[in-house]
Ligand binder design. Structure first.
Ligand code: C2E
Ligand code: MG
Ligand code: MG
Length: 713
């Protein structure tokens, strides 16, 4: 690279030198050749003259072969004439030497006399002239003394052999002529030198010009080369940077793509989760209310098209609140999960919808039904399956379903109506003992309305103090006298008339109005005890019904204690009746609360014994004094052997546990007799007396009732 100048100097210089030399040499050769021809022409012309002068002599001469004869011939006047002629001629013409040879190469004449008779021998020139009869010339430089001038100098000569022809064109002898071309050669050499100089100058100028051009070109190439190199370097840097940037961008891009991918996955999962959360219940994974309404709407549309029926089963778990409150939310959650699993296992048709719409409320939708029978079958199965105990650690969670069923389109055409009616039916199941299912009927709505009305009226009744306490006597079979009374609330509504506690107590419990009512009852009963005490009826025990809601209340025990002091009532004259179920709301808490009550000196009785789920072994743990055998066992005890044996077994077991037994609802003598026979401690029922206002009861207290206990023996 950029050695253009150097190359040009070496190659160009060399080439110019060679050209100059070659050209000069060619010119030299050309000149020499020209000079040779020039000399040759001169020599041939001279030889022509000489042969004309010498032809006869030469004829004779060549005819004589002897040297002596030849020597004589040389003395011939013609020869002398030739010598003279040549001598004259050489002054004008630069002829140096003339020789004549015979055809054998012997010198028969020479301007240098000592050479005459010398045998030359056949050289190229002689052969050419003597044999081929063609003249032959050669250029030569000789240091010689010419015979003509006699001077010594270095000369350039043209040596020509020329044949001498006879009349019949036969070669008879050969001339050898030396013409001097030294001057011409000198002139030619001078011209050649000038030509060489001019040529060299021309070449040098050309060379310089070209060199300048080459130099420019070289520097241009050089700068372009550097530029190119710079560009290459820049390009390389740019390429490296570009590659780096591309790599960085690629990495960034792939990272972004990766991040985006995970973000997309996360977002998708979130969306799915949100969608799931929006449509499903978090705890059980069942559809939520929102989904239920959507699915139900679709199902209704589908069933309308196919002209089929659709059943909505509204399920509420019995005793769920108790479980939740006593064993904690985890237990409640566990139960809900297990229940939902059971529901899913039972409702596996593709069209079945299972949803959880509230704490312990579930809804099942059964589509494409030809009759409600399938709904009834499902209801039966649900009651059976959901009533089975659920294990939770060391506990057994006991629940059962209350199921209300509404049928589309008979029981309503809108979702709201159908759900409301199924709910009403469920409510009805709760009312009538739970753990069952019922189809919705139009009369159910009436009941609900009535309930709401009663609740309203109850509030007014509390405010206006419109209740009364009635007292039903309890007869001790051993002492054969009234040993106590049960206080039973009465509500005589100004327009609706007498309303049974069986109707309004449950409403009062649900609305918690029972707390106010209960307080009123206790006040009233305590006052009555004091009143009877002052009247002399000192050993009449007062049994007061206490609802589960009252027992739950944290201030219940302290209130009782306060009231005992307030009214100065002897605690052993008070007996509180609690139902089995209220004692089972929260067994541990109930036990300790009941113990506190017992510690006050108050007696405790389990009311309606036999109707709940509790067993005697559980009752045994309760700090109670009496068991009140439910009316349903007493009702037909004289005919129903089953009930008779239940009564017998309960009484003997209760006795063995140290409890007294009160039989409720004794309505006739046979019942009274039988119960006495099996050692029932206390009897209560219409047979002895209906519940009565205090004043009426007082009359009874004065009477002898022992005749009512008489037995037909
Ligand atoms: P209970 O505590 O089992 O009361 C006994 C019920 O049996 C009373 O009904 C009584 O009138 C009725 N009875 C008694 N002997 C006979 C009989 O020989 N034949 C028939 N058929 N019935 C008989 P009542 O007064 O209608 O009370 C019903 C329920 O209402 C009570 O059942 C009790 O659970 C509740 N109750 C009544 N008063 C109160 C109260 O002041 N507070 C609370 N919490 N509940 C009360
Ligand atoms: Mg009672
Ligand atoms: Mg009872």
């Amino acid at each position: 690279m950029f050695r253009l100048r150097r190359y040009f100097l070496i190659v160009g210089g060399g080439a110019f030198l060679c050209f100059t030399l070659l050209f000069t040499y060619a010119s030299y050769l050309h000149d020499r050749n020209n000079l040779k021809h020039f000399g040759e022409r001169e020599n041939i012309t001279l030889a022509g003259y000489l042969s004309t002068l010498l032809i006869d002599t030469l004829k004779t001469y060549t005819a004589r072969n002897l040297p002596s004869e030849r020597a004589q011939l040389l003395e011939q006047p013609e020869i002398k004439l030739i010598d003279r002629f040549l001598s004259d001629f050489s002054e004008k013409y630069p002829i140096l030497k003339v020789k004549v040879f015979d055809l054998q190469g012997q010198t028969i004449y020479s301007t240098v006399k000592k050479e005459v008779g010398v045998q030359k021998g056949m050289n190229t020139g002689l052969k050419s002239a003597a044999i081929d009869s063609r003249p032959h010339s050669e250029m030569a430089f000789k240091d010689e003394i010419t015979s003509l001038s006699g001077s010594l100098f270095k000369r350039a000569i043209v040596e020509t052999y020329i044949p001498v022809l006879s009349e019949d064109n036969k070669v008879i002898a050969v001339f050898e002529l030396y013409s001097d071309v030294t001057e011409l050669v000198t002139k030619s050499n001078q011209a050649l030198l000038i030509f060489l100089i001019l040529q060299s100058v021309g070449y040098i100028i050309l060379f310089i010009l070209l060199y300048i051009v080459v130099k420019r070109a070289d520097s241009m190439i050089k700068s372009q080369y550097y530029q190119l190199n710079e560009s290459h370097a820049l390009l390389k840097d740019a390429k490296v940077n570009l590659e780096k940037t591309v790599q960085e961008r690629t990495n960034e891009l792939s990272e972004t793509v990766k991040r985006l991918e995970s973000e997309i996955v996360e977002r998708k999962n979130k969306e799915e989760k949100i969608h799931h959360l929006a449509h499903h219940d978090t705890l059980t994974g069942l559809f939520n209310r929102f989904s239920l309404e959507i699915k139900l709407e679709q199902a209704i549309a589908q069933n309308t098209r196919s002209n089929k029926q659709l059943a909505i089963l509204f399920i509420d778990l019995d005793r769920f609140k108790i479980i939740n409150d006593t064993l904690g939310h985890k237990a409640g959650d566990h139960l809900l999960v297990k229940v939902s699993e059971k529901l899913k296992a039972l409702c596996q048709r593709q069209t079945d919808i299972v949803a959880r719409i509230g704490g312990d409320e579930f809804v099942i939708v059964l589509s494409e039904l030809t009759s409600p029978t399938f709904a009834a079958l499902t209801g039966t199965a649900l009651v059976q399956v959901l009533s089975l105990p659920v294990e939770y650690g060391k506990h057994e969670l006991l629940t059962s379903p209350s199921i209300g069923i509404a049928i589309y389109p008979d029981d309503g055409e809108s979702i709201d109506t159908l759900l409301k009616n199924a709910d009403t039916a469920m409510y009805h199941v709760k009312e009538s003992g739970r753990a069952n299912f019922q189809f919705y009927t139009r009369s159910m709505n009436k009941l609900i309305e009535e309930k709401m009305l009663l609740e309203k009226e109850l509030r007014t009744a509390i405010k206006e103090n419109s209740f009364e306490l009635y007292y039903q006597p309890q007869i001790c079979t051993i002492e054969k006298r009234i040993c106590g009374v049960e206080a039973l609330i009465r509500w005589n509504h100004p327009t609706m008339g007498f309303i049974s506690p069986e109707r309004f107590i449950s409403i009062a419990e649900e609305s918690k109005l029972i707390l106010d009512i209960g307080t009123w009852v206790i006040d009233q009963a305590f006052r009555q005890i004091i009143s009877w005490n002052t009247q002399g009826y000192k050993d009449i025990r007062m049994a007061i019904n206490v609802s589960a809601k009252q027992l739950e209340s944290s201030s219940f025990v302290s209130n009782i204690e306060h009231k005992l002091k307030q009214y100065q009532v002897k605690p052993d004259l008070i007996e509180l009746e609690v139902t089995e179920s209220s004692a089972m709301v929260n067994p541990e808490e109930a036990i300790s609360k009941l113990q506190e009550i017992r510690d006050l000196g108050i007696e405790l009785a389990i009311d309606d014994f036999g109707t709940g789920h509790s067993s005697l072994s559980y009752i045994q743990k309760l700090p109670i004094n009496n068991l009140k055998l439910d009316r349903s066992f007493v009702m037909d005890v004289e005919h129903n052997k089953n009930n008779a044996s239940i009564c017998l077994a309960t009484i003997s077991l209760a006795h063995s546990l140290g409890f007294k037994v009160v039989a409720e609802g004794v309505e006739n003598k046979l019942q009274s007799q039988y119960l006495q026979d099996i050692n029932c401690d206390i009897l209560q029922g219409f047979y002895f007396s209906k519940p009565k206002p205090a004043q009426e009861l007082e009359k009874l207290l004065n009477e002898d009732i022992s005749n009512l206990l008489e037995t037909d023996t």
